[in-house]
Ligand binder design. Structure first.
Ligand code: UD1
Ligand code: CA
Length: 462
């Protein structure tokens, strides 16, 4: 089938330099949401799907963003003379033997199931007809109204500004989404006039033409008003964001997560959870996040592109980025991982600890106030409070190797590149810049001395 996505409009009310359809919902642009739905519905049909996006305002930026996606074609509508004119621009790229579904780049929450219902209703046996998606709104102002005859058959769509007083009382409105046989659609679009209040070529006018030719228009009413809701302003974007988040939260709960408050979770990417995961309030999950069974995520964490093992607990207020964390680990509160961290099972990363581009083996701990950067840390290592791995000499970064069973004393500095041999202990307050042999205590600090006969200076009399 063919799918045309309209995305040429300016979206003035967004008050943004960014094209409207590139604004994000749940971490993905509105147009990506629509493309995903389009692909999903395309897959339910035999044969290939041709997707054509009609662009205009900010065309270059929209095209640049989706250029990599081989299954998407673009056509520029310039100037923008209305929705009918927009679809007309796409016709040369369509397969006229297959029907065309029209979607909107700024209607991001439409469900595949609703479209499937529209497609089924429009198809009468083998015969492809016209299907129109409508919705009931208690406040229909601004929308095109669906005018039906006494038998309930759809006659036409009339835009707000062209409607009579009686027609304006109709609460069933046009969503804009429709499907029609392509060859007929082309002919009807060629026959459109702009003799209306807005001097535009209206796509919904094809309905009256079809009816005039004796065709039946199958109307399907969307049950969930949010699905067909377009975004025209930041406020509308924010209200759909909450709905999108609620849908994601429901899916996670179905997968077994307990969510302290489904209204206070933000997922901006792909997320999967095992059974008995617990997520406290105020967490933001970005990119690809996996939580193993029984993982517990405390309040107010930001977790981006992480895999967190079964039974691991992330306490409150952590910022974790690109980390792979094993099972039964304990992270935070107030921990920070920067990209490319691998933590084994039962690792503890405590308060005010930062780990970057490092790995830590099974059971190793950095419980308080430490920086571990560019380090390979073995198993059962204890990084003392205030330990700093000095990985940067001001020009280059170097690696530090800390072998199994090492203990570093409080406030020690390990100047890279060095290896701290297995079982070594580094005395508190040491700065070590040479190899530290295994199994021994290495101390590198001034010896403690007590000065006999010393007295404190006293204040001089004036
Ligand atoms: C349109 C429908 C109206 C329906 C409403 C639902 C028409 C004439 N009216 O009204 O019946 O109730 O949607 O939201 O279709 N676009 C283009 N090129 C253009 C004009 C618009 O690509 O030349 C795109 C816009 O970017 C937008 C969509 O089409 O995504 C709808 O355009 P908009 O101007 O918002 O239509 P409405 O007047 O709201
Ligand atoms: Ca609109």
């Amino acid at each position: 089938m063919n799918i045309v996505i309209l995305a040429a409009g300016q979206g003035k009310r967004m008050r943004s330099a960014q094209p409207k359809v590139l604004h994000c919902l749940a971490g993905k642009s509105m147009l990506s949401h629509v493309l995903e739905t389009a692909r999903a519905v395309g897959r339910t049909r035999a044969g290939a799907t041709r997707i054509v996006v009609v662009i205009g305002h900010g065309a270059d930026r929209v095209r640049a963003r989706f250029e990599q996606e081989a299954d998407v074609g673009f056509v520029v509508q310039e100037p923008q003379l209305g929705t009918g004119h927009a679809v007309r621009q796409a016709i040369p790229l369509l397969d006229e033997t297959q029907p065309t579904l029209v979607l909107y780049g700024d209607v991001p929450l439409l469900r595949e199931a609703t479209l499937a219902r529209l497609l089924d209703t429009a198809t009468d046996g083998k015969h492809e007809g016209i299907g129109l998606l409508t919705v009931r709104r208690s406040e229909p102002t601004g929308y095109g109204r669906v005018v039906r005859d006494w038998h309930g058959n759809v006659l036409k769509i009339v835009e707000e500004r062209d409607a009579t007083e009686d027609e304006r009382k109709i609460t069933e409105v046009n969503t804009g989404i429709l499907i029609a046989p392509t060859a007929l659609l082309k002919r009807w679009l060629d026959g459109l006039s702009n003799n209306n209040a807005q001097r535009e070529y209206y796509l919904p006018d094809v309905i009256a033409q079809a009816v005039h030719e004796g065709m039946r228009v199958a109307a399907v009413t969307a049950e969930d008003i949010n699905e067909t809701q377009g975004v025209n302003s930041k406020a509308e974007l924010a209200s759909l964001e909450r709905i999108a988040q609620r849908r994601i939260a429901e899916r996670l709960m179905n997968e077994g997560a307990t969510i302290a408050d489904p209204e206070r979770i933000d997922v901006r990417g792909e997320m999967s959870v095992g059974a008995d995961v617990f997520i406290d309030v105020g967490c933001v999950f970005e990119g690809r996040v996996e939580l193993g069974a029984g993982a517990r995520i405390g309040p107010h964490n930001v977790i981006r592109d992480c895999s967190i093992g079964a039974g691991t607990e992330v306490m409150g207020f952590c910022f974790l980025e690109r980390a792979t964390i094993g099972a039964r680990a304990r992270i935070g509160p107030f921990a920070r991982t920067r990209p490319d961290v691998t933590l084994g099972d039962e690792v503890h990363i405590g308060n005010f600890v930062e780990v970057k581009n490092s790995s830590m083996g099974h059971g190793s701990k950095a419980n308080h106030l430490a920086y571990v950067g560019d380090a390979l840390v073995g198993k059962r290592v204890n990084i003392g409070a205030g330990t700093i791995v000095a990985n940067y000499d001001g020009a280059n970064k170097h690696q530090t190797v800390i072998e199994d069973d090492v203990h570093t004393g409080s406030n020690s500095v390990l100047v890279a590149p060095i290896t701290v041999g297995s079982g070594a202990t580094v005395g508190a307050g040491s700065t070590v810049a040479k190899q530290v042999p295994p199994g021994k205590l290495t101390v590198a600090r001034a010896r403690q001395a007590t000065i006999e006969g010393w007295s404190r200076p006293t204040k001089k009399r004036k």
